[in-house]
Design a protein around this ligand. Structure first.
Ligand code: ATP
Ligand code: MG
Length: 412
């Protein structure tokens, strides 16, 4: 990732970070490598991820190790291992690259970056709603909220999901011959995922398929109704999408996705839900949990597509008229950095004509050039040039600091 993009990336990542910490979620750092078994158990044998997307290899002992394809399993592993789940609640977030062997295309990569939030020990719809409010706050902070929408579904309890799954299989078996190959295979491995098929013919068959709401039990419905009520009260708009399922088979009750129409087939920028059975599945005591993960590359693509501006890399470009003033300028720049830490200050290196230095200043995207010459040094004054207008003034350091402080940063 080159500097221009990395700068936009940093804008996005730090905005997301500040929203997450604003909700008092605490960061955990997870390793890139885990035993493969963590994912085959945690994500599920019958999922795309485990079936065909993991980068797995045997280490020197012959143990099977995988590059992490997602963060939730590792997060549960680490909190469980350190005794942080039993009789406690936790709200944490993680970030970092994930690895999946996929067909690379726009918005879909083999190494991609996720930022995820997880909440443990809380079983109610209030925390589900919080996770969605948190997502919306992220999109608002980035200015992309009007281009994304929230899709919501419920899978009910594990029992309800089993019953529904059975009904779905019964229905789909009648059309087995017309299903696409993946879906046919999933009939026996991961039938819910068929709902998510991108194949038109399969989607046509699904139009008449049984809907999950008819199978959700009263507790599941109560959870879902309470969640919808909370979202309404919070003014968070959502669409009920009965076809929405997650790729991982540990979800129950709430599942949701934030999607945009602006990125084609890779429209999901964030996905999550409730996964009350995962902790136990990974060897811990039963602990309710819910969370989500967002794909930073997709968020960034949307951010760029909407032409949202990030500030430039440089605010102030300091020029030097003569070599003997180099030290003076370096000291001045450090003083400015100390007093105005929010400004990005670059000192010209390598000398050369002032005209060329100012050209560099312009190219850097800076708002101002500070020019130091003989006269300036002897009188302890500097020339400040506003690069947009070309206007320039010669002032002392106190006035310089005041002007830079009040001048905002970045240019139009
Ligand atoms: P998809 O249906 O697009 O493959 P998924 O269901 O596999 O997504 P999750 O495992 O839920 O995705 O991951 C959460 C988010 O991470 C996705 O919504 C997406 O934004 C992002 N993501 C997933 N896989 C990739 C990838 N290969 N490249 C870039 N981003 C990804
Ligand atoms: Mg996927």
């Amino acid at each position: 990732m080159l500097p221009d993009e990395a700068r936009r990336w940093r804008t996005v990542e730090s905005a997301l970070e500040s929203v997450l910490t604003g909700y008092a979620y605490e960061e955990v750092h997870l390793p890139l490598l885990e035993f493969t078994e963590l994912f085959s158990r945690g994500v599920g044998e019958a999922t795309d991820i485990v079936e065909k997307e993991m980068y797995s290899f045997a280490d020197r002992d012959g143990d099977s190790i995988s590059l992490r394809p997602e963060g939730t399993a590792g997060c549960v592993r680490v909190l469980e291992q350190h005794g942080l789940l039993f009789h406690q609640t936790q709200r944490v977030f993680y970030r970092g690259p994930m690895f999946r062997y996929e067909r690379p295309q726009k918005g879909r990569y083999r190494q991609f970056f996720q930022m995820g939030a997880e909440a443990f020990g809380m079983s109610g719809p209030d925390v589900d709603a919080e996770l969605m409010a948190l997502g919306l706050a992220c999109w608002k902070r980035l200015g992309i909220d009007t281009s994304v929408r929230l899709e919501l579904n419920t899978l009910g309890s594990n029992d309800a999901r089993e019953d529904y799954q059975q009904a779905l299989i019964t229905y789909l078996e009648r059309y087995a011959a017309d299903l696409d190959e993946d879906s046919r295979r999933r009939l026996s491995t991961n039938p819910l995922r068929i709902l998510d098929s991108k194949v038109d013919k399969t989607q046509e068959i699904l139009v008449e398929a049984p809907g999950i709401m008819d199978y959700v039990d009263s507790a599941g419905r109560e959870h879902f109704d309470a969640l919808c009520g909370l979202l309404d009260d919070l003014g968070i708009r959502f669409e009920f999408n009965q076809r929405l399922v997650r790729g991982l088979d540990y979800y129950n009750h709430t599942v949701f996705e934030w999607v945009t129409d602006a990125l084609g087939a890779q429209g999901a920028i964030c996905a999550g839900g409730r996964y009350d059975s995962l902790v136990q599945r990974l060897g811990g005591r039963s602990t309710p949990a819910a969370g989500f993960a967002m794909g930073l590359e997709r968020v960034l693509l949307l951010f760029e597509q909407l032409n949202l501006q990030t500030r430039s890399a440089v605010d102030v470009y300091c020029c030097v008229l003569a070599v003997e003033h180099q030290a003076y300028v370096l000291r001045l720049a450090d003083r400015l950095r100390g007093l105005l830490p929010e400004l990005r200050i670059r000192v010209h290196a390598g000398g050369g004509k002032i005209k060329n230095q100012l050209k560099k200043a312009d190219q850097s995207g800076a708002s101002w050039a500070v020019i130091v010459g003989e006269d300036e040094v002897s009188r302890q004054r500097v020339t400040l040039k506003t690069l947009n207008s070309g206007e320039q003034v010669t002032i002392d350091q106190v006035a310089l600091i005041e002007k830079l402080r009040s001048g905002g940063n970045g240019r139009e």
